[in-house]
Ligand binder design. Sequence first.
Ligand code: ZN
Length: 342
Amino acid sequence: MKAFYAEEQKRHDPKAFLSSGAAQPNPEKPERVEILLAGALSAGCTIERPGNHGLGPVSAVHTPEYLDFLEHIYTRWQRIEGASAEVIPNIHPIARNGSYPASAVGQAGYHMADTACPISGETWQSALWSAWSAVEAAEAVISGAPAAYALCRPPGHHAFADVAGGFCFINNSAVAAQVLRRTASRVAILDVDLHHGNGTQGIFYARPDVLTVSLHADPVRFYPFFWGHADERGEGPGLGYNFNLPLPRKSADAAFLEALEVAFQRIRAFSPDALVVALGLDAFEGDPFGGLSVTTPGFSRIGEAIAKLGLPAVIVQEGGYLCDELGDNLTAFLTGFGGKTR
Ligand SMILES: [Zn+2]
C-alpha cells in the first residue's frame, strides 16, 4: 500500500496543554512520526511525499476566516507584549452568536476549543502538509488504488470547520472525504480513534452525502465531553447520517469488534462508493490516555474486519501516543487490512 508523508509535518512541536487544569507536556510530539513511519514500512508500505495541493481541498471543509486565522495568528500573537511563546486561548465565547472579535486574543478564543492545540510559527505549514498527505492518499484511491495510508500529523478529527481543538487544526479525514466526493457520490467516514471525532461530525452534520460513524470511549466522562453521544444523529438533510457508538471505559477487543459490526451494518445500508478510516491508535490498552483496552492483535482484527467491507479506502492517521507498541499497532492494523498484498 502507498503511504504519504512530508518532513514539514514534523516541525510543529507543541510544548504543553492543560489537563484537569494542570500544565502537562503535550503528548502530540513529533517523535510520533518516526515510530509511525517505521510501523508503515514494517507493514510493507512504500512512503511517498505528497505534492503541494494549495488551499483548495482544505477550504472545501474549512471557512476562509478560520484558515486566515491559522496562517497569521502566530505573527500577530508575537506583537502582544508579554504574550506566551505559543498561541494558547484563555477566553471563549459561551455561544457563537456574538460578534467576531478583531483582537488576536479574542480570535484565539473563538477559533480554539481548548488548550491542547498551541500554535507556533511552524504549525500552519505542518498542518497544511498533513492535509496534503490526506489529499494525495485520496487521489491515489481515485486513481484506482484499493487503499492508501496518509500519515497525518498533526491529526485532524477534532477540528471543526472553524475551530481547532484536541491537537488538531485541519480536519484531514474530512479533507480526504471531500476529495473522494469528486468521483464518489457517497462517502462513509469510520472513526476508530479512542476519542469521538467531533470535528468530523460537525463538518458533515447537516449533509446526507457523507455518513459519519464514530466508535469511542463514552464522552459522558471523557474528552470531548459535549459531543459523541448516541443521540447525536445529524440535522436537517443530514438527519440519520451521523452514528455514534460510545463504549464503556476499558472496553477491550471483543466489545470493540462487536460495536464495529454494528457500524458496518449502518455503513452497508448507506452503500458508499468509498471509505475514509480515521485511524486513531489510542484505543490501545497501553496508550497514555488509557481510555479503552484494545490489544495489538486486536488492531489486526479491526483492520481485517474493515477491509472485508470491500470499499476503496483512505486510511488517515489520527491519534495514538508514545508507547512501546505504537508502531506495532499501526503495522498490525495495516497488515490486517492487507498492507502486504495490496
Ligand atoms: Zn484520540
